[in-house]
Design a protein around this ligand. Structure first.
Ligand code: CA
Length: 228
């Protein structure tokens, strides 16, 4: 799966340039022209990283950043700020806005891409990694191949996303609602027990019975990836 980048910028030519270059570099790109649209977009689908212009109409970059940091579900989304001047960059650093990095305009797309990769590596290693490993399970994110103990495992698309989510956060307990938000998306309305159905399918695909179960059912809480 490609890392998903949200570009928040009101200068149309710059957005076009960024979209072109980021897509060429293997990222999936969505755009927002102002802060309000950005906050709505983030709620609909959580980006792996946000490229945020500092000077935006209506809701400013700093306010977007603050609102993102305030909400638990977006607190960890990395943000790279675009600023007009390096003096402004100093101010951003001074303000402690919660931005992970900043880059002063004008900049080359190549430079921005290098910064994006660096921030992704640092903040969400699982996003930039091509492979995820847990015990004897391996996931290749580029080819979508999953193996357990070296043997190919066939997963449906939902089971693939579910397994990926667990493998990116081993040991962490997720409620059914949290899994629905992260794996199915916030705009999709399905019954929490749907999660149980897909967990069952995932366990079956991973050969649970012959191999140890790696998904622990946490009573009245949810599920976690753990060796038991
Ligand atoms: Ca602007």
């Amino acid at each position: 799966m490609k890392p998903y980048i949200l570009v928040v910028e009101d200068e149309a030519p710059l957005v076009t340039l960024l979209r072109y270059n980021l897509e060429e570099a293997g990222f999936e790109v969505e755009e927002a022209v102002d802060g309000e649209e950005a906050l709505i977009s983030v709620r609909e689908r959580r980006p792996d990283l946000i490229v945020l212009d500092w000077m935006l109409p209506a809701v400013s970059g700093i306010e977007v950043c603050r609102q993102l940091r305030r909400r638990p579900e977006t607190r960890d989304v990395p943000v790279i700020v675009l600023t007009a001047r390096s003096a402004e960059a100093d101010r951003i650093r001074g303000l402690d806005s919660g931005a992970d990095d900043y880059i002063a305009k004008p900049f080359s797309p190549k430079e921005l891409i290098a910064r994006i990769r660096a921030v992704l590596r640092r903040t969400r290693p699982a996003v930039s990694a091509e492979q995820l490993t847990f015990a004897d399970i391996e996931m290749d994110l580029a080819t979508h191949k999953v193996t357990r103990g070296g043997k190919a495992t066939h997963l449906g698309p939902t089971e693939f996303r579910l397994l990926r989510h667990f493998m990116e956060h081993p040991g962490r307990v997720f409620s059914r609602e949290q899994l629905l938000d992260s794996v199915w998306g916030r705009d999709v309305y399905v019954e929490p027990r749907t999660v149980d159905v897909h967990i069952r399918r995932l366990r079956k695909a991973l050969g649970v019975g012959r191999s140890p179960d790696v998904i622990r059912t946490v009573r009245s809480a949810g599920y976690a990836m753990e060796l038991q």
